[in-house]
Write a protein that binds this ligand. Structure first.
Ligand SMILES: O=C(O)c1cc(=O)[nH]c(=O)n1[C@@H]1O[C@H](COP(=O)(O)O)[C@@H](O)[C@H]1O
Length: 253
């Protein structure tokens, strides 16, 4: 749910809260097709207090009407311990998200504060979908790629059972190696749709017996149309992706 006021249908701009109006319409049209929603906080923070209020309304709407749907605050946080505790409190307690994305760069004491929240999940960047992933994440440190060191080391952190990892759909050829380190962890997989990631390959190499993959598509679904019928068109796109996933599941069973 990456809401950009330059991309949403023009008629919504007349609403008192165009961001929430957009999100509500998308949720109402797609909730039966989605297992999770992921607002990226950048798209709310960019609009200041109004954006933050729209984010709050969106998560409250989801938690009230669809409590079974998993929610992800895509905020990519992480800082010294006491600051991380405040970030975790903001997203897990104040906004009541089920999970938040974090960056691993500052290490164990920057991530463990997130992990200490019960029944909440912390989704750590492992191998990201962008080109810049090759700048640091794949370089060799003591003979092993940095992203592999991140995966291995994080398994020893306190409450690591609450960890999930981000692996980009554009990096499908890495999934087999990743699964050899974290065979059972849930992976958030962005990059299908607008970034051109390959769903078939992601599933082939990344799926576990319990599936273990949360596939994300943002622009490919929410901006499929910017006309009056935008929500119905988003639902058609979500259904298309859902059908593709159902087909893969039935082919593999
Ligand atoms: O953490 C993320 O969700 C994320 C990690 C990553 O490696 N790549 C990536 O695209 N994302 C996010 O996933 C979403 C992808 O959006 P689309 O490319 O529009 O489907 C955006 O919110 C990105 O910020």
């Amino acid at each position: 749910m990456d809401v950009d006021l330059n991309k949403i249908p023009k008629h919504l701009l007349k609403e008192e809260d165009p961001i929430f109006a957009f999100n509500k319409a998308i949720i109402d049209a797609t909730h039966h097709l989605c297992v999770a929603y992921k607002p990226n906080t950048a798209f709310y923070e960019a609009y200041g207090i109004k954006g933050w209020k729209a984010l709050e309304k969106t998560i409250k709407y989801l938690n009230k009407n669809h409590p079974e749907i998993f929610t992800i605050a895509d905020a990519k946080r992480g800082d010294i311990g006491n600051t991380s505790t405040m970030y975790a409190t903001a997203f897990f307690e104040d906004l009541a998200f089920d999970s938040v994305t974090v960056a691993p760069y500052m290490g164990k004491d920057s991530v463990e504060p997130f992990l200490s929240f019960e029944d909440k999940h912390t989704i750590m960047l492992a191998l990201t979908s962008n080109q810049g992933a090759f700048d640091f994440q794949t370089i060799l440190v003591d003979g092993k790629e940095l992203y592999k060191q991140v995966l291995e080391t994080s398994k020893s952190w306190k409450n690591s059972k609450n960890l999930m990892y981000v692996v980009g759909a554009t990096k499908a050829e890495y999934f087999a190696d990743i699964r050899s380190i974290i065979p059972d962890s849930f992976l958030l997989v962005p990059g299908v749709g607008a970034q051109g990631g390959n769903l078939q390959d992601v599933c082939k190499y990344g799926m576990t017996d319990a599936v273990g993959l949360l596939i994300n598509s943002s622009r490919g679904i929410i901006y499929a149309s910017n006309k009056e019928d935008f929500a119905q068109t988003a639902a058609l796109k979500a259904e298309e992706l859902q059908r593709e996933m159902a087909q893969i599941l039935s082919d593999q069973s």
